[in-house]
Design a protein around this ligand. Structure first.
Ligand code: NAD
Length: 358
């Protein structure tokens, strides 16, 4: 099979981790008889420096002509003082919206070799930690009208409108139920229906969609309770579906309880097979260029690309199993290092995983 992949290296550790994921993809292509063609494009701080905008039109054009997009990370202190629409993160919001990437999938799974890195008690994690957060990605407060003004009393005031329409809620709920069919068959829809109108609309539609999936175990949960249950008993959850802002916060909490931000991949999907794949962490400017970056989240994001955009299940399994083998053999980057393990840098970790693709 031949596939076109747009590569966005981005800023900070972005280029280092994307290079390792490409090595793994190339070995996978050789092993399974595929051909992947890459087109590097600019986004984020480097795009501001080189073109004056965080998301050049050329980048969107190449992404639209590709089968999927692999992204490292964007942002850094150098660009923090720019106006909102001139920051690297504006590129991120812009690309999600322009490509219609409304479903963000973030798995949080505790891998056996990393059990020690999990900050939760063994008595909690022994019950299992393997959940998937399905976050609505192009609606809600991040995309609503924003205003900073002086009100009639003379106070400086800001508002961010949180807005959802029925079709946006319905399609993300359907994504969650479809994914639950392939997992343990349970969906938790998270909202704040005791306070917010958007959440009451959300809950009504989630109930309606749940009626179409009688075999899926369904529940609603308030977001504050969900934040608590995630650390009290994460084994309670299989698929969590929620709106943009709640999903942003809960998915970082879920990543942290698996041990390291450097381990968690994500997929952002549009209708059909197109998707953008990226690690959940940022550009880690504090360790950029030191070789300390953990490339595993990006490599696992590439595995999600193989699975969700290219329908290559065996190939995705091969990448995930190579990651497991390397961790089981005791190799660790600095962020997941523990006693008795062997410390390796970003390139070595990428090389070891590449060598274990079979
Ligand atoms: P961060 O995720 O970049 O870093 C948080 C901490 O985790 C740092 O100590 C970092 O060294 C460490 N870390 C992150 N990824 C790692 C990896 N792969 N291996 C080893 N250690 C890793 O978050 P931050 O420091 O809050 O943000 C830094 C920049 O990244 C900011 O400009 C922010 O806006 C941006 N950001 C971008 C994205 C994205 O591109 N999707 C997401 C979040 C933050």
């Amino acid at each position: 099979m031949e596939k076109k992949i747009a590569l966005i290296h981005g800023d900070g550790i972005g280029p280092e981790i994307v290079d390792e994921a490409v090595r793994v993809l190339n070995k996978t292509a050789d092993t399974f008889g595929h051909k992947f063609a890459y087109t590097p494009v600019l986004m984020g701080g480097i795009a501001i420096d080189e073109t004056g905008v965080p998301l050049p039109d050329e980048t969107l054009k190449v992404c639209r002509e590709s089968d999927s997009v692999l992204l490292g990370a964007v942002g850094g202190p150098k660009w923090d003082k720019g106006a909102g629409n001139m920051r690297p993160e504006a590129g991120l919001l812009g690309i999600r919206s322009a490509l219609g990437l409304y479903a963000n999938l973030r798995p949080a799974k505790l891998l056996a070799p990393l059990a020690e890195a999990c900050p939760l008690k063994r008595s909690i994690t022994d019950k299992g930690l393997d959940l998937l957060i399905v976050r609505e990605l192009i609606g809600g407060a991040y995309f609503g009208e924003k205003r900073t003004f002086t009100d009639e009393r003379g106070f400086k005031t800001a508002t961010d409108e949180m807005k959802y329409s029925d079709f946006e809620i319905e399609r993300i709920c359907r994504t969650a139920f479809e994914l639950a069919k392939k997992r343990r068959g349970k969906v938790t829809s998270v909202d704040k229906a005791n306070v917010l109108d958007t959440s009451r609309l959300w809950r009504g539609i989630a109930h309606k969609v749940s009626g179409e999936y009688p075999d899926i175990d369904y529940e609603d949960m308030l977001v504050d309770n969900t934040a608590m249950q995630l650390v009290r008993d994460p084994s309670h959850f299989d698929v969590i579906v929620t709106e943009n802002l709640f999903g942003d916060i809960l998915s970082d909490e879920a990543s942290m309880i698996t041990g390291s931000l450097g381990m968690i991949p994500s997929a952002s999907l549009a209708d059909g097979a197109f998707g953008l794949y990226e690690p959940v962490h940022g550009s880690a400017p504090d360790i950029a260029g030191t070789g300390k970056a953990n490339p595993i989240a990006t490599i696992l994001s590439a595995a999600m690309m193989l699975r969700f955009s290219f329908g290559m299940q065996a190939e995705a399994d091969a990448v995930e199993s190579a990651v497991n083998k390397v961790l089981e053999a005791g190799y660790r980057t600095a962020d997941i290092m523990s006693e008795g393990c062997r410390l390796v840098d970003c390139k070595d970790m990428g090389g070891l995983i590449t060598d274990n693709i079979a």
